[in-house]
Design a protein around this ligand. Sequence first.
Ligand code: HEM
Length: 151
Amino acid sequence: MTILLLAIHVLATVFWVGGMAFAYLVLRPAAAPLDPAARLTLWRNVFAKFLPAVGWAVIALLVTGFAMIFVTFGGFAGAPISVHVMTLTGILMMLLFFHIVAAPWKRFRTAIDAGDYAQGARNLDKIRKFVGMNLVLGLLTVVIATTGRYW
Ligand code: HEM
């Protein structure tokens, strides 16, 4: 059971953190020289695909993470400190994700669909900042999760 839960947990992690790294470090500089209309429409289409998929990854991480705490460790009291820290930073990442979806992404999408590129650009900048924060938190969480058994 633990093998299946851990496999799903790690695959969801790879998708979410890897996707943010690709968006931030590869797609962003590659899209920068495009005309604003083309660039903002590209990001609208990218996030329309990526954010719902991250929503599924979040559900998978929560279900498998808490299932492992109870199945593998018999509750929080039996789990190592790294798992406690991961739960905290993981929940922080999820709150940031929900904020992106509910606030700047909603405003960005509405603006682009109405042809208001200036308002769209302002909200894309907010999304960029939050994704940057979540990328840092995600990398930190992965390091904490994987090195935890040595400290
Ligand atoms: C917030 C809910 C979360 C809970 C309750 C949770 C819980 C757990 C548990 C119990 C394990 C197994 C630890 C072990 O077998 O030693 C684990 C492994 C792991 N978690 Fe999480 N986790 C959560 C979120 C996250 C997030 C958001 C990430 C990445 C961004 C993440 C990355 C990992 C990784 C990479 C492992 C594998 C560690 C290893 O076996 O080397 N987790 N998690």
